[in-house]
Design a protein around this ligand. Structure first.
Ligand SMILES: CC/C=C\C/C=C\C/C=C\C/C=C\C/C=C\C/C=C\CCC(=O)SCCNC(=O)CCNC(=O)[C@H](O)C(C)(C)COP(=O)(O)OP(=O)(O)OC[C@H]1O[C@@H](n2cnc3c(N)ncnc32)[C@H](O)[C@@H]1OP(=O)(O)O
Ligand SMILES: CCCCCCCCCCCCCCCC(=O)OC[C@@H](O)COP(=O)(O)O
Length: 377
């Protein structure tokens, strides 16, 4: 094992990375709060500032994936579609199988200059996650409780708000609504059977309401749907802890650009269209498993330096005071100070471990499991 590789597995390095992420994140959250008085005066300016502040947080995870772990993100798409990326608002439909699919999504957003403004239909629970969840309030992310009766009104309102958004954005939808597990797959295929729909091998049955309502409300604002299918080479099952340990993964993303005009306006036709899309996505996954690549040429979307520069900026700014503090602590020799710092570090580590836990499929929600269905639906 090379020295650098070994260094990346060291707990002290992880502690420093997490410290930089947390402290810079809280500083940015604070700056976001400071923009509150600007909203009623100049909403578009407040939005633009918040996009840049959000970039400073999310790009740290992009830097971690690209520069720390060296993960390769390959893009399969046709040159015509490629020419639109980053130049229009779009709805992104992505499969939800991997713990770091959000990091790969962010990486592509960064490569096309839409990272700060990217949006998602996210579960409400994520809005409580410190740093990222709090940052999302200011980005006008659309949250849902995954209970349609309660979501309908708020989701429509939040989508309507995005109609005059001043920056180019991609709106991400994981139509499966939850991450893939064998149990959830089995149950959703029972639902498919009852509905007379063909079975899917690699996807859960998509929930159509969020997609239809998004298309309805963003018509005229977004111009296309990017049907995106993500997989990893050699059945890699990547994790955030793996990335933190410097493990290199190989992501492959296949993107088809579908003009919004070609998506039916009628709700049931729109739902049928989405089911057909997922049947096609299933075939793309099958092909990837068999041949090791997606259809279409590989397009070169180079990673940009900004994510790394932003990260280095925060490292330089925050690691120096940490060293001074540690030194003063050692010199002070006071048992109380040492103990309270130790206690603070343990609490912060537990907090960051909880945040990482949010990305882990094993700790995922029960949404889409039989028991919950029978009780709630
Ligand atoms: C060039 C590069 C291109 C692309 C780059 C890629 C990406 C970059 C883009 C942007 C990045 C931005 C941000 C990324 C950062 C972080 C984000 C990460 C993750 C957050 C994501 C999440 O939180 S996912 C969870 C929340 N989101 C969703 O759930 C969305 C999908 N869900 C819906 O749309 C739902 O309809 C709903 C949530 C709106 C409502 O939920 P509800 O449960 O009430 O759904 P339904 O009413 O639809 O359900 C009832 C219907 O479903 C049938 N049913 C019942 N059981 C099941 C089952 N087990 N499986 C499937 N279907 C089931 C039931 O029969 C009902 O059917 P009907 O026919 O009556 O509708
Ligand atoms: C740079 C150092 C980084 C340190 C650690 C940072 C930890 C950040 C964690 C933020 C988590 C935000 C995104 C998680 C997205 C996600 O994958 O959510 C899952 C949901 O879709 C579906 O949930 P479920 O129903 O449980 O499958």
């Amino acid at each position: 094992m090379g020295f650098l590789k070994m260094l990346k597995t060291q707990f002290l390095c992880h502690l420093i990375i997490c410290y930089v992420f947390l402290v810079s994140g809280f500083i940015i959250n604070l700056l976001q709060i400071c923009t509150l008085p600007l909203w009623p005066i100049n909403k578009q300016l407040a939005r633009k500032i918040n996009c840049r502040l959000a970039y400073s947080i999310s790009s740290q995870l992009v830097a971690l994936l690209e520069w720390w772990s060296g993960t390769e993100c390959t893009l399969y798409t046709d040159p015509e579609s490629f020419s639109y990326f980053g130049k229009e608002n779009a709805i992104v439909v992505l499969n939800h199988n991997f713990e770091i699919d959000f990091m790969c999504g962010w990486t592509f957003c960064d490569r096309f200059g839409v990272l700060g403004s990217s949006k998602v239909l996210a579960k409400k629970e994520l809005s409580y996650v410190p740093v990222i969840g709090w940052m999302w309030y200011f980005l006008e992310i659309v949250f849902c409780k995954r209970k349609w009766e309660e979501d309908r009104k708020t989701v429509v309102e939040s989508l309507q708000n995005l109609r005059d958004y001043p920056e180019k954005f991609w709106f991400l939808l994981h139509c499966e609504g939850t991450r893939f597990t064998e149990e959830k797959h089995k149950i959703s295929m029972e639902v498919a059977e009852k509905k007379g729909l063909p079975k899917l091998k690699y996807h859960l049955l998509p929930r159509t309401k969020g997609f239809c309502v998004t298309v309805q409300n963003l018509r005229g604002t977004v111009t296309a749907v990017y049907d995106s299918t993500l997989n990893f080479r050699n059945n890699e099952m990547p994790s955030l802890l793996g990335v933190l340990n410097g493990k290199k993964y190989h992501a492959a993303l296949y993107v088809r650009r579908i003009p919004l005009e070609s998506i039916p306006e009628d709700e049931s036709e729109c739902a049928a269209w989405l089911h057909k899309l997922y049947q096609e996505k299933d075939q793309f996954q099958e092909r990837y498993r068999q041949n090791g690549h997606f259809p279409g040429p590989i397009m070169n979307a180079p990673c940009r330096l900004w994510a790394l520069l932003n990260w280095l900026f925060w490292v330089c700014l925050l690691v120096y005071p940490l060293c001074i503090l540690a030194l003063r602590l050692l010199v002070s020799g006071s048992t109380f100070t040492v103990l309270s710092t130790f206690f603070f570090c343990i609490t912060a580590s537990a907090g960051i471990r909880w945040m990482i836990g949010q990305t882990e499929i094993d700790r995922g929600s029960n949404y889409g499991n039989k028991e919950v269905q029978m009780n709630n639906k």
